[in-house]
Design a protein around this ligand. Structure first.
Ligand code: RBF
Length: 161
């Protein structure tokens, strides 16, 4: 029997509360039933840890491939303390998956390093829709939750480094 694990069950006491910071969440509209569930979970956790709604600004990208470009624009605007990218790339029959997943992951990492604004990689790369559902509020938790936790920890790190 498959061992169920849920990495989104985090200890709230080990996650910092953050006051007075502003975050942008950029959500890809491809596989929106998945990405919108991840976005919801992400917002929920930020609200539980000190954020107010006015300081969580939502943007929408056509697909995951556009996430690095938008993250770069948002990060360099100087208006945000952190950016969370949310996407879901599902393996198809062609090699698009590999190109999009590589470009998205590398691009998001580069934006953070280049701008000095933390950019969180909340992008699922799965073999099929079931694996995505399992990670967007299913048996493996919600990776939107984990993206928010990473964001909070990065902001706390920057505050205390
Ligand atoms: N975007 C995603 O976020 N997830 C996907 O699973 C996904 N699959 C795609 C498959 C193909 C064949 C193509 C052409 C695009 C796909 N995209 C996907 C969209 C991509 O991220 C981007 O929005 C478009 O390629 C336009 O630049």
């Amino acid at each position: 029997m498959e061992k169920k694990k849920n990495l989104s069950e985090y200890n709230t006491e080990q996650v910092p509360d953050i006051q007075g910071k502003k975050v942008a969440i950029i959500t890809a509209e491809w596989n929106f039933e998945i990405t919108s569930a991840m976005e919801r979970a992400c917002v929920e956790v930020l609200l539980q840890h000190g954020f107010c709604t006015e300081n969580i600004i939502k943007y929408y990208a056509a697909g995951s491939y556009e996430l690095p470009f938008m993250a770069n624009e948002v990060a360099k605007s100087g208006k945000f303390d952190a950016v969370v990218c949310i996407g879901c790339i599902i393996q198809g029959e062609t090699r698009h998956f590999d190109f999009i997943a590589q470009a998205t992951a590398n691009g998001i990492m580069r934006v953070g390093l280049k701008t000095g604004i933390p950019v969180v990689f909340g992008v699922l790369t799965t073999n099929n829709m079931q694996q995505a559902m399992d990670r967007a509020g299913g048996k493996h938790g919600n990776k939107g939750t984990e993206a928010a936790v990473a964001c909070l920890k990065l902001l706390d790190f920057l505050e205390h480094k």
